[in-house]
Design a protein around this ligand. Sequence first.
Ligand code: COI
Length: 349
Amino acid sequence: MTVLSEALPVDKLGFGIYYGPKMLSAKYAEGKWGPLELKNTGEISIHPGAKTLHYAQEIFEGLKAYLQKDGSLAMFRPEANIARMTRSAEMLSMPPFPEAKFLEGLKSIIEASKDFATEAPGALYLRPTMICTTPSLGVAPGTEYLFYILLCPVGGYFGSAHVEKPVEVSVLATDEYVRAVRGGIGSAKTGGNYAASLRAIQHAKKHGFNNVLFLDAINQKSLEELGGMNLFIVQNGELQTPTLTDSILAGVTRDSILKLANSMGIKAVERTITIDELLEGIENSKVEEVFACGTAAVVSAITELGWKEKRFKVGNGESGPITQTLFQELTNIHYGKKKAPFPEWMLKV
Ligand code: COI
């Protein structure tokens, strides 16, 4: 674990490699949460039989704080991440961490780490995590939990990030691997969903793609999400994203883009989109743009899509105008260069 003792330039940061010197943690036992304490970032000790290690009773979140023009730091929609972690806790039979204390904790770790913030495209990435520490091997929810928040100064998720335009990536759609199934935990932010995506991402990388696009597990027709990001397409000038199901993570960036687009007069809809429709649309130029979004990836243009043995160039092979506009609008809001259409989105620390 590389714990920083001083800030690094943003182009050296990458994603999730370097940690700030402070973390927060709290324990749950005998039916209640103890205090959330600020500590030096370092190793934790858990029993090798802890349920989190065997049955993946684990949840996490990802949100960012951005350096503002006046030198202060502001978080983007922390309440949305906190609320989602509460929903994930319910899905994984874990005790939710009290939301007001959670928000206070986020503010305090950012305040303690402000010297590590870098200008755009950098950010302080916060990783709230909850694990079950009960050392018992019966398949049942545990009774002891650890909640902690890590902080990583980050740059781009896909290598180098830019201020002026989205990163361009290639994605392989797959009907060979599935991420989540109906009635499962695909809409929870839990490690198991990411474990399920690893083999598919590796396969995509082996074939020269940056990431993978999963389809629904039953008919293997409807677009779902990438490994850790949601998906948007621009079809006939209209912004479209797959309707949420219980096998898609309800991304905070996805929701923000839908709201932002509407506020900017860009028509945006949630609908079922099939892989056949997407490929046909790319081929006959009805689908002009495709992009991925997430807290880590922000807005990343998908300029090439793979399916079976074929590769399809999206639009002219560069990030398109709507992708570009939404990227710029969102990042301007993040760094306080523009007021959010919903003032509560940016929360000053
Ligand atoms: C995020 O965007 O914050 C995530 O948690 C996705 C992860 C794959 C980095």
